[in-house]
Design a protein around this ligand. Structure first.
Ligand SMILES: [Zn+2]
Length: 185
């Protein structure tokens, strides 16, 4: 697991990487993503999945003219979320595959970012790839996480089950009937 030759993924020189046509791949421990942790459930007894990344640097034409340094970033991991249907934990794979262009100057970057469908950032000699990956993973979180098929019918769920069950089989209905009976007698 030595990475002496790998550049520091929190301080990447985008122009240098692009000039070299560099490709970098690696893994970060998910525990290091504090903001992601706030938006997900703790991993419980399991070791959380690492965050895998692959980066490819190249010069590429930007829509609207000009050829700029670009990074293709592929990030994937698996997080634990609470299913909004059964309220049980569920494993959610997250995958982000995006290309970012880098242009000199914050204003130019903002203007081009607004004009094009591509993501345009300010060219920097110290890109924090870890933070960028975390931004993208947060955006990739489902708004309403749900199992494709919940593991079992949960007593907390409302809907079909209540409608289908005869009222007299409901424990609270039975209790209410007992109370009514007691008062009447
Ligand atoms: Zn569920």
């Amino acid at each position: 697991m030595t990475s002496a030759r790998a550049p520091d993924s929190r301080r990447l020189d985008v122009a240098a990487l692009t000039a070299a046509g560099a490709e970098i791949a690696g893994e970060w421990p998910q525990e290091g993503f504090a903001r992601l942790a706030l938006s997900t459930l703790p991993s419980g007894p399991d070791v959380p999945a690492p965050v895998s990344f692959h980066l490819a640097a190249e010069r590429a034409p930007l829509e609207g003219g000009g050829v700029y340094p670009a990074l293709r970033i592929d990030v994937s991991t698996q997080v634990r979320l609470e299913c909004q249907r059964c309220l049980q934990p569920m494993l959610q794979p997250l995958r982000v595959d995006r290309r970012f262009f880098f242009v000199p100057g914050e204003e130019a970057a903002a203007a081009l970012d607004a004009e094009t469908d591509d993501d345009v950032l300010e060219l920097t000699p110290a890109l924090d790839l870890h933070a960028l990956a975390e931004d993208e993973l947060l955006l990739a979180l489902p708004i309403v996480p749900r199992h494709e098929a919940c593991p079992e019918a949960m007593p907390l769920s409302f809907g079909e089950e209540d409608a289908a069950s005869p009222a007299e089989n409901h424990p609270f209905a039975a209790l209410a009937a007992l109370k009514t009976g007691g008062k009447a007698g």
